[in-house]
Design a protein around this ligand. Structure first.
Ligand code: PGA
Length: 251
């Protein structure tokens, strides 16, 4: 059985005060929830505050990006060891905003995933198609390209540690969610790809999230799908009550 994993992606939001206020309200709301892995992927400037704030809870810390080198002349970048210093467990890699706004390529994303795995960080690897690609019927081809770029040639034990987030770009921040059936269809396809690259057992072990306008109102339906193992949540993760409702979807 795959344990559900629900991650907040705070993107470029919140200051330390905002993060403290969030935790004060959020922690009591999820304290009894042991059935879901809860992750907060926060801006680098909040790693310290949130790391302190979640001590003693079951909430895990995540970052939103990293550079695939230990150290060096990479102005403005963050090394994996810098994330580990704050007990960071997860790192989002290849979010569509990184790919589209900052020009990250599949090759660069593969380097980042490999580096994260090497140092013991769990990558949350984002894949997904644009609206134009969906309308042209290229959804599967796009996901296949992004998945194969990272997983082909990878050791299957390492592959199982990766969390995949399927995020159709047209559903991110737009209020338009993929229907749970559409999300399930593409996520089932991604699992089939993994079975082809590795084997059934490996494919069944990998956790695949859906992301894109996930809200308290649609999480139940998404989580009822057999292949959807969790969610990566942007906008609705900024408010403690709404994110707690998503995390506590079973109640
Ligand atoms: P959203 O963002 O929930 O605001 O659509 C999701 C994401 O980009 O990870």
């Amino acid at each position: 059985m795959r344990k559900p994993i629900i991650a907040a992606n705070w993107k470029m939001h919140k200051t330390a005060k905002g993060a403290e206020d969030f935790l004060e309200q959020f922690k009591p709301l999820v304290v009894t929830n042991k059935e879901v892995d809860i992750v907060l992927c926060v801006p680098f400037t909040l790693l310290s505050t949130v790391s302190q704030g979640i001590k003693g809870s079951l909430i895990a810390l995540g970052a939103q990006n990293m550079y695939p080198e230990e150290k060096g002349a990479f102005t403005g970048e963050i090394a994996p060891g810098m994330l580990l210093e704050f007990n960071t467990k997860y790192v989002i890699i290849g979010h569509s905003e990184r790919r589209e706004i900052f020009g990250e390529t599949d090759e660069f994303i593969k380097q980042k995933v490999n580096k994260a795995l090497e140092v013991g960080l769990t990558p949350i690897l984002c894949v997904g198609e644009t609206l134009e690609e969906r309308e042209k019927g290229f959804t599967e081809a796009k996901c296949r390209k992004q998945i194969e770029a990272v997983f082909k040639g990878l050791d299957k034990n390492l592959a199982q540690q990766i969390v995949i987030a399927y995020e159709p770009i047209w559903a991110i921040g737009t209020g338009i969610t993929a229907s749970s059936e559409d999300a399930e269809e593409t996520i089932a396809y991604i699992r089939k790809l993994l079975a082809g690259i590795f084997d059934e057992v490996t494919a069944e072990a990998v956790r695949i999230q859906y992301g894109g306008s996930v809200k308290p109102g649609n999480i139940k339906e998404l989580m009822a799908q057999p292949n959807i193992d969790g969610a990566l949540v942007g906008g609705a993760s900024l408010e403690p009550e709404s994110f707690a409702k998503i995390v506590n979807f079973k109640e």
